[in-house]
Structures are given as structure tokens and as C-alpha cells.
Design a protein around this ligand. Sequence first.
Ligand SMILES: [Zn+2]
Length: 293
Amino acid sequence: MIAANVASFDIEEHHRIEAAVGLTVPADLKADYAARMETCTRRLLDQLAAANARATFYVVGEIARTHPKLVADIATAGHEVGSHSWDHRRVHRFDPAGFRADLRSSKDALEQAAGAPVVGFRAPTFSVMKETGWAIDVLAECGFEYDSSIFPVRHDRYGVPDAPRGPFLAVGREREILELPPLTYRALGLNLPVAGGGYFRLFPLFMMRAGLRQAARATPPRVGMLYFHPWEFDPTQPRLPLKRLARWRTYVGVGRTTARLGALLKGFTFRRAVDVARDLRASGAALPRFTLV
Ligand SMILES: [Zn+2]
């Protein structure tokens, strides 16, 4: 099996984050966050181009309506455009029919804007979990080739702690889909979620690097799937009125992320998730199967 790393970016305006659900955000602040989302995403495109790296962008479907040129430019630059749902609601908020409609709107809008098929999915807040395992069937029905939403960790908001840490076939009720789980680092008997968040912004970067090296050394090798958000690269953005812990978690380290991403792009090679998924399938490697429902 192949060793590969993926830099993925979940493209959403800052006020869509899970910690802000239930907050009333004034329209002018939403407009500011939308403008900042575009500026930061374009800076990321420049940084990736300078490093000659290709990445995967899971984009909120509504952004294909509000910023079609941005989505087109991501695709033209050679990156993969995947879906990050229509409007960033967690899978828990849907029944299968509602989720199907959400996926179809998002896929259609993104394909029109990108001018390319959309075959990869990342659920908001990694919300494909045991209780939402039916989502696997819907993703496969809607023509997605792979998913990257099952985080094999124990966490207060998400996670399937006993899911495989490398690529696997996620099995739903009747169908299955190739899963590329976000990177974990095994230490002290725990799967640490080193793929992004605090492990990118707060802790020393060597933990994320150690995770990437551990994944490459594993037999068979795992995929070094990392995730980032444009708002994590925007130290001057206005802060949302979050509670203390959520505020700290959200904004810690946002001033050092551009340099850190630069160091990662220098030290490791990254590929698009869709290419990794297709190579895995073409290799004929027997992947573990993991039943969610
Ligand atoms: Zn998101």
C-alpha cells in the first residue's frame, strides 16, 4: 500500500464553527467573516503554489453560490474541490432523506462552480459517528468515492474511538465507502488527534510531525490526513463572543499557523485525497472493513 500525506482545508466562514452554533451573529460581522474567508483562502492558495503543493479543499456548498470564482480558482490551481455539506449542519441534524438533499445541493453547486466532479466529503465537525452511520449509505448513493469524516479518537464532540486509523471501508446498512480518517498519533495507549486543531496551533509541531512519520512507517502505511480552516490563518479577525474555554480553544495559536504550515509543506510531500483514494482502489489492497451501524 502507498504512503501519502494530504493537506485538507475545510472552507467555511468563521461564524459557522460548531462552538458558535446558537449565537446570534450580526449581518455585518457575517459579511466581514465571508470577506476574510476569501482573503485567507487566496493566501493559502498562494502559499501552496509557492511550495508547489496540491491539496484538497472541502467547501461549504453555499460558498459555491456566494463565491463561485473562489471555488473555480481552487480547482484551476490544480487542487481537489470536495464537499463540506451545504450549510455546515452536523449530520445529527438530518434524517437520511434530508441528508441526501443536503449532499445533492452541495455537490451540484460545487461541481458547477469548480467545473469538475466532486467525489470527496468531509462532514462538519467530523459528525459521521456510530449514531449517524446511515450517512455511509447516503454518501455512496450520491456518488461520493470516499469520505474523510470518521475520526478514530475519543473526544467530547466527535469520534469513533475503535475505528481503524488507516484507510478502511466504512460499512453502512447496505453500502460501503472508502474512508480516509484524519491522522492520529498513538502514544501512551491513546489515539491523539494530531491532524489539526490544537495539535497544529497550540502544542509543539513535533507532535503532528511525529504523527506523519508514524503513519508513513506503519505496515501497511496510513494516510497522513491533516485538516485546517481559513480562519485559523487570520490572527486579526474579530473574535466571536464565545464562552471562555471555547474562546481559548478557537483562537489559541492563530498567529503562528502560516509559519507552521510553511514548515509542514517544506518537510513533507502532500497529495490530493482523491488521488490517494483512486490509487488505493487501483492497488487492489485488501482494506479492513468497519461496520458503523
Ligand atoms: Zn467545518
